[in-house]
Write a protein that binds this ligand. Sequence first.
Ligand SMILES: Nc1ncnc2c1ncn2[C@@H]1O[C@H](COP(=O)(O)OP(=O)(O)OP(=O)(O)O)[C@@H](O)[C@H]1O
Ligand SMILES: [Mg+2]
Length: 259
Amino acid sequence: MTLLDDQFSGRSAPGVPPRKSQGGAPAFFSAWDLHAYYGESYIVQGVSFDIREGEILALLGRNGAGKTSTLRAIARMEDPQLKHGEVWLDHKPLHTMKSFQAARQGVGLVPEDRRIIPGLTVQENLELSQIAEPVGWSIERIYEHFPRLAERRSQDAITMSGGEQQMLAVARILARDIKLLLLDEPYEGLAPVIVQEIERILEGVKDLGITTIIVEQNAIAALHLADRAVILDMGEVVFDGSAQEVLDNPQLRQEYLAI
Ligand SMILES: Nc1ncnc2c1ncn2[C@@H]1O[C@H](COP(=O)(O)OP(=O)(O)OP(=O)(O)O)[C@@H](O)[C@H]1O
Ligand SMILES: [Mg+2]
């Protein structure tokens, strides 16, 4: 597979670091002109954005706008197939890698289904995420940070509540040494009181300075957490600015987020 398909060659700049960042230096994270397909279906249509180290970016847009597909393309999953574009994380070209290699470079994707492994306890789920180097937080430190998980360490993780499973999903990522956290709908299906609990956990992650992309239908909650926002519509970026600008702009919210 070539990432520099002829179809796009006029718009490509192979090997050139992303341009949008300030002062010419590559941003900590940069997605540049991503085009991704499910088979023949052209879904991610030229998405670009940069993130500074430690920043949280809310990636928003209506159902079907291409948010999950963009996260999957960044994490280098096989579907959708990235046919053109570059993804850089801390000077490393993720677009040349497969998903396991991107994970080794510090990409941590928490998908909507949270990927808790059935039949394993909380403790075993955490241990499993530390099988491969580089290891992040120790399991003891995780239990100090997530007392609810400590209480349930011997419980079959799949029998926990949705909120507890989301905590475990985030904890599993922290158990690895990550540079970029990708969260797909972390509040989905959770009661408001549990959403608040997950929000506090994500505030804690923010304090750790982990660069994060959060996709969320609950756009207001995501915008309160985020520094910046990118809005997608039909696979293209229609807004890139501060989270506060979106909160302050009812017209923009109405048009692209229906809130
Ligand atoms: N595996 C797939 N095969 C074909 N098309 C797909 C596949 N997954 C998603 N799509 C299509 O790609 C488009 C973008 O989907 P995506 O899941 O990225 O949207 P989204 O912004 O995450 O939406 P939502 O808010 O509903 O989660 C949709 O039109 C969807 O039908
Ligand atoms: Mg989605």
